[in-house]
Design a protein around this ligand. Structure first.
Ligand code: DAT
Ligand code: MG
Length: 153
């Protein structure tokens, strides 16, 4: 629906490299609406919960170390098919497989430093679970975008 929400995060490498503004601009330009955003540092417990599906993978410890290594910019974006649209704009998990024009394809080189996280659109309900994990209800803002009648039929 037009009101689908998805969880997105600029990872510590993207923050350190000064890419927050550019990444936010891409989603704004697409017509998506930001309904939540916070600059924060993820602790061990939150990292392990967020990446719980990968707990038995060999890269898990390195992934948790990386995501807790510096600040991130966590966001909630809303719009039609927001979860899938964001994933398309991100590119593939591996920057080497990501087309130029995608975020990972424009800014990433290494699988373990791929700049951005977005909820998996193939994992039913992942968007809602991740939003709840990172944001309290009162941190999300309901507002009307002035261009919505030009973005949606
Ligand atoms: P995505 O972030 O595209 O949803 P994922 O959920 O499969 O990808 O994995 C989460 C993160 O873990 C991913 O962004 C980078 C890291 N990762 C995944 N597979 C990896 C691997 N084989 N080696 C090292 N890091 C990996
Ligand atoms: Mg994933």
């Amino acid at each position: 629906s037009e009101h689908e929400r998805t969880f997105v995060m600029v990872k510590p490498d993207g923050v350190q490299r000064g890419l927050i503004g550019d990444i936010v601009s891409r989603f704004e330009d697409r017509g998506l609406k930001m309904v939540g955003g916070k600059f924060m540092q993820i602790d061990q417990e939150l990292a392990e919960e967020h990446y719980g599906e990968h707990a038995d993978k060999p890269f898990f410890d390195g992934l948790v170390d990386f995501i807790t290594s510096g600040p991130v910019f966590a966001m909630v974006w809303e719009g039609q098919d927001a979860t899938r649209q964001v994933r398309n704009m991100m590119g593939e998990t591996d920057p080497a497989e990501s087309a130029p024009g995608t975020i990972r394809g424009d800014y990433g080189l290494d699988l373990g430093r791929n700049v951005i996280h977005g909820s998996d659109h193939e994992d039913e309900g992942a968007n809602e679970r991740e939003i709840e994990l990172f944001f309290d209800e009162d941190e999300l803002v309901d507002w009307d975008q002035i261009d919505s009648s030009w973005l949606y039929e």
